[in-house]
Design a protein around this ligand. Structure first.
Ligand code: MG
Length: 254
């Protein structure tokens, strides 16, 4: 099932997407979906980021191929950092290239959306806390990441967390192809089978640090092939059986 968030006549709602038809749901879609009678055409609504996370927890160096291209070893434990919820944008929204940076990269990732409050969750129960999966672009000011001792600035600019286009609730994570395209050219091609730490590993690890809330996002890391974007570029993150997230890069001040 595909869950979207949308606005219609200036009112934001969640809905179930079936083909080109959107069926609104009551309130938020977790932990339980309560479908309403209102139906909309996808053509008539504005698609928003599919969730409203209280926080975004992202994984560094979680694909073997990316750790190799960065010349880094495999982390002894999951390497995590935060992106602020103010960085969130949705499908077809603009990524604003900050004037403080001269090198802004795409990082195509698969993201987990949390279904219910999660605190100290054992690995064997972790999947009970997953609502679904979506595409994520962990946009990064690579020069600032190298210059600063920590990553808050490099990862935290407004528009640096692209999420969407929807949440897919029924998908087998074991063997999904993940691709990133820049202006239609393939730049990243990975597979979730290359993940170093699995989704249950990560949920267990993070929920022993902080409470995860419904709608929170865990971005699971990027495969090899990261690279720069420039104003005017179009970037797409495509994940098999989930969907394609498309965004446009614009200069600051546009
Ligand atoms: Mg990343």
């Amino acid at each position: 099932m595909k869950i979207i968030r949308f606005s219609y006549n200036n009112k934001c709602s969640y809905g179930i997407l079936d083909g080109r038809t959107v069926q609104a749901v009551e309130g938020r879609p977790y932990p339980d979906l309560l479908p309403l009678k209102q139906l909309y055409s996808l053509n008539d609504v504005k698609v928003l980021a599919p969730c409203e996370p209280s926080k975004i927890i992202a994984m560094g160096l979680n694909y073997h191929s990316h750790a190799k291209e960065m010349g880094a070893g495999i982390p002894n434990s999951p390497l995590t950092f935060l992106k602020p919820p103010t960085a969130v944008i949705g499908h077809q929204a603009n990524i604003v290239y900050p004037s403080a940076s001269a090198r802004v990269d795409y990082e195509g990732e698969m993201a987990v959306v949390i279904k219910k409050i999660a605190w100290r969750v054992p690995e064997d129960q972790a999947m009970d806390y997953v609502f679904g999966y979506t595409c994520f672009n962990d946009i990064t000011a690579r020069d600032l990441q190298a210059r600063d001792n920590q990553w808050t600035r490099a990862k935290g600019f407004d528009t640096f967390a692209a999420i969407g286009p929807w949440i897919e609730t029924d998908v087998d994570l074991e063997n999904l192809t993940l691709e990133t395209y820049l202006n239609g050219e393939l730049r990243q091609c990975g597979n979730t089978s290359d993940l170093i730490y699995s989704v249950p590993n990560i949920i267990n690890f993070i929920s022993n640090v902080m409470t995860l809330m419904p709608g929170d996002i865990i971005a699971t890391g990027t495969p090899a092939g990261i690279g720069p974007m420039h104003p005017g570029d179009v970037v797409e993150v495509k994940i098999q059986h989930i969907g394609t997230l498309k965004n446009y890069v614009i200069a600051n001040g546009c």
